[in-house]
Design a protein. Sequence first.
Length: 395
Amino acid sequence: MSAASRCGLALETATERVSVAVIGAGGAARAQVEELVGHGHTRRLSALVTHALDAAGVTARELAWIASDLGPGSFTGVRVGLATASALALVSGARLLGASSLASLAHAADAKKALVVPLVGAGRRDLYAGFFRADGRGRVRLLAAPRVGTPAHLLDAVAEAHALVSDHGVCFIGPGAARERDALEAAYPGSTHTQFRHEGLSALDVAAAARLEAGPGAGLPQHGREMEPAYVRPAQAEEKVRLKLAGFAPPTIRTLGAPDLPAVEEMEHRLFSDPWPQHFFLTALTEPAAVLRVAERAGSVVGYYVATLQPPYAELQNLATAPDQQRSGVARALMAEFFDTCRARGVREVGLEVRASNAAAQALYRGLGFRLMGLRRGYYKSPDEDALLMGKRLD
């Protein structure tokens, strides 16, 4: 196999500055081109890829892998980058890899014992923010799902995340850190030190992060989901689908019984990489403190929850919505019933655990008033990642 046939291609298309790099077998860049394209990703990306390949003396058919930025950033840029990577892979048979813009920056930060917060512009005054923790050796792990908002809103989120690793420093990286340096320094002096990179994203960062293949625990894609975009906030097309689904009738909530277990177990295995075995549900059915509910639509089970109530505290242990029913009000209906049951039984505080990478669940819980309360490192397996503890008072 020739050296050229072991080369890879990296595409960074999440911002107005597109970066394309050809990476040699040893990991060094054989060619890199960058251009400020504005909103011209569709028009310019193919030409930049051709330029980079020509400069490296490599043809598309010789590529062994192609890494693309999964976002967040420009919706159009991310989609164009993913489509280009997929098309080139069809020609070359190259393996497709991906890394988010935030994870790419975090893994390139070279920070130690720090809360690493990558910041990327999200239009107007908003920013996308990631939350990672770097240990004393510089090993980077995902701390919490990314957020989007104004600098002031995100500084509140940083304070909440920093409380989980209060013995760590704080470092802001990425182009958003340069833009908001004064506000960030006022909140966390020394957090935008020049040793941390504040320039735009780079295809080299995307390539380095994607090739780690460290999984969700490091903020990187799970195997088989390498090309799944990380939008953070939904694209307009997704919002239209959500609004259409919102026309569904509210689900019916009732007690979960033994006859529901086949449907529940099937959904559990579809949704989770470490699903509960059936005997967990059977045991819960016999526990006096356990509450189990299902949501139904048109006679079919579309969601469920399992909780333990020991007033004045309750723990939500499992919550699930059928894939084709997500973002249609099922989880919120289940949670509303859960809160009503808690209040009726004298519960005043609710807690739960959630994977650090489960962005959808964290967004749901935040919207219902939950806040970060603690961290259990390495709690989840298959894949390995941290658990966030979230809590809410029922005032």
